[in-house]
Write a protein that binds this ligand. Sequence first.
Ligand code: PEP
Ligand code: MG
Length: 589
Amino acid sequence: MTEPKRTDIALKGIGVSPGINIGRAYLVDGGVLETPAYCYLDSSYVPLEVKRFQNAVKDSKEQLLKIKDKLFKDGKGKEHIRIIDAHLMMLEDRMLIEDTIKTIKKEKVNAEWAIKLVMREIREFFDTIDDEYMRERGSDIDHICDRVLKNLMGKRHESISEIKEEVIIIAHDLSPTDTAQMIKGKVLGFLTDIGGRTSHTAIVARSLEIPAVVGLESITQKVNAGDTMIIDGTSGLVVINPSKKVIKDYQKKRGQYADYEKLLHHYRKLPAEMRDGRRIRLMGNIEMVEEIPSIIDHGAEGIGLYRTEFLYLNRKDLPTEDEHFEVYKNVVEKVTPHPTIIRTLDIGGDKFLSQMELAPEMNPAMGLRAIRFCLKEPFIFKTQLKGILRASVFGNIKIMFPMISGIEEIRKTKAIMEEAKEELRKEGVTFNPKIFVGAMIEVPSAAIIADMLAKEVDFFSIGTNDLLQYSLAIDRVNEHVAYLYEPLHPAALRIIKNIVDAAHNAGIAVGVCGEMAGEPEYTLILLGLGLDQLSMNALSILKVKKIIRSIQYSEAKKIAETALTFSTAHEVEKFIREEMVKRFPDEYI
Ligand code: PEP
Ligand code: MG
């Protein structure tokens, strides 16, 4: 327990949200943690550990009382009930309870380790007793401590939204909902065992501008609460208990990063214009209204993707039409005169609705998701559509439908929208009858018939996160196949080209709103493929704008044409990297 700490343990994961921070580790979750021993806890953690222990004891008592009740009802043997009574008494035992709390406070260890230490002492005491019956009671101690331990380890330390000190969160996994509760400034970053670059957890981290590294595989086993951690969300590097020298190096790196961000600020007010005058609409992606100031501050010309499902998460009821209306009105008023593209509910996959009991699915990413769910639940869908339509008179709102896979689906969707309009007309409520309607192209079938779909809508937005997931058959949240997630795969480039050409032949605009749009190393190709619009997280906007302003459209087209001749993603990557090094030697060496 008093072993000296190992320093400078470096781990490499998938950097999904940029930025460098140094802070204390805070372990969350625990369903998969081994019994951990965290020593030298910072004093601020001690009351939290005591509370966790007390809660685990309370849960253990409740569970035992339930078992006892059931045994009574089942008429089972009295001896079982006596054992449970004995266990319940032990949970009141001063030696066990008070000594554990004292140990947490005195030794500054986590609750799990404290109870193990106390249990060992009690066991030693029982083992010295001559009486066999009494000696056997020692195993009751094991059972009761096991129960408390399980309750401790199966529970979160506390709700993420309640974290008060500045920490780096370590978890096996975090849901997009967990992440959405994080507060920038309090949460300095997070690290998880699993996850991929385009998981919604990663997307939310980028939106909140919280550095994050995922896919670290066993970080929860390697870190103790209170350890000092360095997180570098750009490179995906993590250092546990860094030495003074390493801390200094990273502080310097953090300073350089901040300087670079400052330099980029120069591009804020400049148009996203290529050297020959071709304008690209550069927009921001948001999940929550609170992100708008940062998006605008980074010079976005509107919101290209508003993921409205976050309105439905973290609550017990469904949003009402009025609530939808108020939120969208607020958004559009903040973004006007620029457009706001509101994406209708995209639930399912790695996001789920707590209000609805949906049957578990074998393949949720390919299951009852997005528009499929909305068409099955037209009332929920229409409630949202009416809210959007009502807000459409307050600015430039466009509606976009996720996961459209074919013509019938888009027609059914539009029919429900017409019903929503008709209902509003009958109610005498005003809305923009000419509101633009777009389809997200993120299912391979939609990409293949893009020419047909283009006749049905006013614009396309390519959801590369899902389009790549489905066309390359790679689960976007699975760290084990993350290496196959290749946006520069020749198939991906061909598919994007097909969609862009189909849109332009039909005279409609086409953008990318998946994470690919915000990766500077893909910008030259996307420009050359003819994309009209790119929508991304706030932190990428200026980096991408710098690249847009550096090149002529004709040059970019040549780059895209050459990229399309390669037969592997690695070849394309090498070619693009060379182009980037040539054009931006300071940043891409
Ligand atoms: C996409 O799939 O690229 C997209 C933008 O939608 P989401 O990431 O929310 O699925
Ligand atoms: Mg998608």
